[in-house]
Design a protein around this ligand. Structure first.
Ligand code: WTA
Length: 647
């Protein structure tokens, strides 16, 4: 991929886009931005005005126990109410909330009023099964409307949802259920992925048999013919059976501003994935406002985000941010290349999608599949494009801009994280001149800095965020110390540390340079290298392992695993297969490394520290860096030979 430091092109929004945009000029952006920084509490109080509150806040921000910030203290509200009831009360009940497209081609249209009804009935089923406010409920569902319904049903009654992406393995489900002490898992008999049936219920069964905290598994029927779905008596119940006879309305629970809304597990540098905590009011306002301004949402927009609800992008920019703004959206179950590589563009054409939000990895895949898939498709409904999840290389940005956007659609390259709840760096589509590969400028209320390790301002270094913002995480479930240590200790508690490198250019634009820790971003999926390493060493023949991220043409980054085998044990295809199988089993297929390279040892300093830098050099075919500090310099050459032979 080409270097972003050479990039000088700049693309202002068109006059016609700016003329109708919510933020239509840089002057308008700056004015509001400056207010948001100078008077954050006034700014965030204004932002909350348009939403529904059972009780208003007494204090917008309470920083007394920083970094454990509280927002909208004293307020009472409900997310599901703001996503649904508010619109129905305002006469928008008949508007389409979701155009659902199933992978095999089944479709469903759901209005806001219908969605409210579904959510109420689902919530009543949860109550009937004994779920109470504060209980944790794990969701393991395909991209069907019931996933959105179940999320909102939890929010409606104050149960804490913990959505597990349906590509995760049984072991991952078990870890998450245990860590959150979930009392229920909601799943489906199955789902579709690239024409194949995923047997979700069986994956859940294999994971949760030892979870004592669990009382029920609630199973939604996806309606896959011939799919067997074994049910455990006393634990498993069919949603379809439970829902008959429940009331059509369920009142929305009055939630305290800081009541836990959801947990979402994500990978860090060390140990098991951590349960990121988001609470009610601050997340609500931040999701609402970022969606409104960054996507410039207008009443007749048709929005489509191709992410899965199992990731933060789906939480904030499929469910909460988008529904709070009352627009119509497409929800698609399947993959971009099934039944063929034109599928996304057919959907854009069929539903007249106006705002399209996807990941750079998908854009690079489309480029590779060739422009012919776009030919003859009417994409003229599109007016705004977005990207998320990983850095976008300028070449992919230009392709997206020209081929998908017809040169007329602004692109919002949105930088944010599971922890941040919503966008922190992003263009304002009607105001910001965009540069290919650049996340540009801060959202309202966000004050970024680029620092070195010592906390000095530098042109290129580590991204830092100065002030708290309403959508920020409130902690790591069950581990308040780890929250403080991981995110707030790098510069003495003054800044939030996201773990990304960044550069600030002469125009004050921020360029994200990728992670500065041992987290790798594979196709926009965050994977901690330590997680793979701890899986490999569980194999009886493995002594040690080190996993590094390497550039990958389509995925952005891929994983390269270096594994040392106990003396005398075979380093063969069988071991390779077994280790790959262990990754599938422990994490999920999406976390498989590109390759596993066996060797008798790893390059280490004399004090025994593995030199990952050298492993990266080998994996990227680069000239080896300084090897003089190695305990045994011969070992890198041996690994290099192994690497080249297997290539
Ligand atoms: C990376 C996804 C460059 C970054 C919303 C971050 C990005 C991690 C961008 C969070 C972007 C996300 N440009 N890098 N526009 N967006 N990232 O928690 O490294 O799955 O720290 O949240 O993805 O990943 P997460």
């Amino acid at each position: 991929m080409e270097s972003v430091s050479q990039e000088h092109r700049s693309f202002p929004p068109s006059e016609s886009f700016s003329a109708n945009a919510r933020i239509g000029s840089m002057a308008a952006y700056r004015e509001l931005y400056e207010k948001s920084i100078a008077e954050p509490e006034a700014f965030w109080a204004d932002a909350a005005e348009g939403l529904h509150w059972f009780r208003r806040w007494e204090r917008v921000l309470n920083a007394d126990a920083a970094p454990f910030y509280k927002w909208y203290e004293g307020a009472r509200t409900n997310l599901a109410y703001n996503c649904l009831d508010r619109h129905v009360e305002n006469g928008l009940g008949g508007k389409t909330a979701i155009h659902w497209v199933g992978e095999p081609g089944d479709v469903r249209k759901i209005t806001y009023e219908e969605l409210l009804g579904e959510v109420c009935r689902f919530a009543n089923v949860l109550k009937k099964l004994g779920v109470q406010k504060g209980d944790r409920v794990a969701l393991y569902l395909p991209m069907i409307p019931e996933l959105v319904v179940a999320v909102l049903a939890c929010a409606r009654i104050g149960a804490v949802h913990s959505v597990i992406f349906a590509g995760f393995s049984s072991d991952s489900i078990r870890d998450r259920v245990l860590d959150s002490e979930a009392r229920m898992v909601i799943t489906a008999d199955g789902g579709y992925r690239r024409g194949k049936v995923l047997e979700l219920k069986k994956i859940v069964d294999a994971g949760v048999s030892t979870c004592d905290c669990l009382s029920e598994v609630l199973v939604v029927k996806r309606g896959i013919e011939g799919l067997e779905c074994p049910m455990t008596a006393g634990r498993d119940v069919w949603y379809e059976e439970m829902v008959s006879g429940v009331e059509d309305f369920c009142p929305a629970e009055e939630m305290d501003a800081e009541d836990l809304l959801f947990l979402l597990y994500t990978s860090g540098t060390t140990g098991k994935p951590k349960g990121i905590m988001h609470t009610t009011a601050g997340y609500m306002v931040f999701a609402y406002l970022t969606a409104k301004y960054v996507f410039d949402l207008q009443p007749d927009d048709v929005y489509w985000c191709t992410a899965d609800v199992g990731w933060i992008t789906g939480h904030t920019y499929i469910v909460y941010g988008i529904l709070q703004n009352g627009v119509s959206q497409v929800l698609y179950e399947g993959a971009p290349n099934h039944p063929d590589e034109g599928r996304f563009w057919e959907i854009v054409e069929a539903y007249k999608v106006s705002i399209f939000y996807t990941a750079p990895t998908a854009i690079r895949a489309f480029m590779k599949w060739g422009d012919s898939w776009l030919e003859g498709k009417d994409l003229s409904s599109l007016r705004l494009l977005g990207t998320v999840g990983e850095p976008i290389n300028p070449e992919a940005w230009m392709w997206y801009h020209e081929k998908v956007g017809g040169g007329r659609c602004p692109i919002v390259d949105t930088w944010w994280q599971t922890e941040t709840g919503g966008h922190l760096l992003t263009p304002m589509p009607g105001a910001t001149s965009t540069k290919p590969g650049c996340a540009t400028l801060p959202f309202f209320g966000i004050e970024p800095a680029v620092l070195d390790d010592a906390g000095n301002d530098v042109a290129a270094g580590i991204l830092a965020i100065k002030k708290p913002w309403p959508g920020m995480m409130r902690g790591i479930y069950g581990d308040p110390d780890r929250y403080r240590q991981t995110y707030w200790c790098k510069w003495g508690g003054q800044y939030y540390f996201p773990g990304d490198g960044a550069r600030c250019d002469a125009d004050g634009y921020y360029w994200i340079l990728g992670r500065v820790d041992d987290v790798v971003n594979v196709s926009g999926h965050r994977i901690g290298t330590a997680e793979l390493e701890s899986v490999f060493v569980e194999h009886a023949d493995v002594a040690e392992s080190a996993v590094v991220g390497v550039p990958h043409e389509i995925k952005g980054q891929g994983l390269m695993a270096f594994v040392t085998v106990i003396q005398g044990r075979a380093q063969d295809e069988k071991l390779n297969r077994e280790l790959m199988g262990m990754i599938d089993q422990s994490i999920g297929k999406f976390a498989r490394p590109e390759r596993i390279i066996f060797s008798s040892d790893l390059p280490k300093t004399r004090s025994g520290k593995i030199m990952r830098r050298l492993l990266r050099d080998i994996a990227e075919g680069r000239e080896l860096g300084n090897t003089t500090t190695l305990a045994d310099p011969g070992i890198v050459e041996q690994i290099q030979r192994q690497f080249q032979e297997g290539a």
